[in-house]
Design a protein around this ligand. Sequence first.
Ligand SMILES: Cc1cc2nc3c(=O)[nH]c(=O)nc-3n(C[C@H](O)[C@H](O)[C@H](O)COP(=O)(O)OP(=O)(O)OC[C@H]3O[C@@H](n4cnc5c(N)ncnc54)[C@H](O)[C@@H]3O)c2cc1C
Length: 377
Amino acid sequence: MDLSDTPAEEEFRARLREWLAKTLPGLPPQPSPDDWPGRRAYDLGWQRRLHDAGYAAVHWDASPAIRLIFLEETEKAGAPYVGANFVGLLHAGPTIAAEGTDGQRARWLPPILRGEEVWCQGFSEPDAGSDLAALRTRAWRDGDAYVVTGSKMWTSHAEVADWCELLVRTDPDAPKHRGITWLAMPMDAPGITVRPLRTLAGSAEFAEVFLDEVRVPAANRVGDENDGWRVTMVTLSFERGTAFAGEVVACRRVLGELAGAARENGRWDDPALRRRLGRLHAEFRALWRLTQWNVSAAQASGGVPGAGGSVFKLRYSHARQELYDAAAEVLGADCLDLDRPWTLDRLSSLSYTIAAGTSQIQHGIIAERILGLPKGR
Ligand SMILES: Cc1cc2nc3c(=O)[nH]c(=O)nc-3n(C[C@H](O)[C@H](O)[C@H](O)COP(=O)(O)OP(=O)(O)OC[C@H]3O[C@@H](n4cnc5c(N)ncnc54)[C@H](O)[C@@H]3O)c2cc1C
């Protein structure tokens, strides 16, 4: 694989850099982690700027090389994170692009790209997390709608979302993977109650969602009725395979800042700390190479990432925790100060080995689907 830029890629990189250098200084400050309406407006505003400058669809339409240049340059420049646009841009949108009808693509994709609508993910339930196919939220057909009753758990951004990629059980008598359907549910439909949950890092980032006879138009079904598990695998492969790619560059930036802070506060003199930071540097470099490989492999196989995403997800989520543990060592006692930027990141890094599928589940996928080991013991 040749990883150097072609002249066209070089030109794209230079143009993007110039635009970022011009645009970023004029951005308003980020709202506080607790101000979800403010964060929604901020994140949509950033997406709108990208759209107006012609960069909105880079995540979807561009070649793998251009996509990676976009992630690399925006993160290096410290551009805002996708934030509340995470689900729409990085896995609901790509799923609709891959599995939706022309009408569905025309209805849902442009507002995501223009920064007008936020999506959330209603997959997990109180007894259906790792064993997602155990979900019990029921939906039955009534005329031209599905009527949905049940509850969802850990729904990130539910409080500010316009749409939810929702998994429901449409055939309770079928084997558990075969009776599931993937629906796009409007979050303002009557019968939806959202109850925010506060995380260890202090943010009400996700919520419980209760559904009481919510009517969802049957036209909002993506894929066939009872074929939702197959569509879900597409969503999860985007979520694990490519959605975290930009964060690797951000981690590399933080690592550079940590080295700078260690030099300033004298901890750089400790050879064990320097070795630790050096090892992390190599780890994130390798993860970026793996990202390049995953994105290219996904493009070559029709655009949907494969099980290789689990290798990335497993290693990335651990490396992120190790990075913020190293940050605590650099900060010393200051790491207990919640106003320090890395302190909250350290607390939230703990969730990475759970969110988007736990490490144990990624181990299982790698063992069975990549290494071909037998199922079970
Ligand atoms: C920050 C964050 C954001 C999230 N956002 C969303 C969201 O927006 N939408 C959404 O739908 N969900 C979301 N989730 C939920 C997430 O997908 C689930 O928490 C995750 O899938 C694990 O499920 P669980 O919590 O039910 O744990 P469980 O499935 O109960 O697992 C408990 C433990 O048992 C282990 N385990 C379970 N089964 C096996 C097995 N077969 N082999 C080995 N070990 C096993 C697990 O690895 C884990 O350590 C989010 C979670 C977090 C932390």
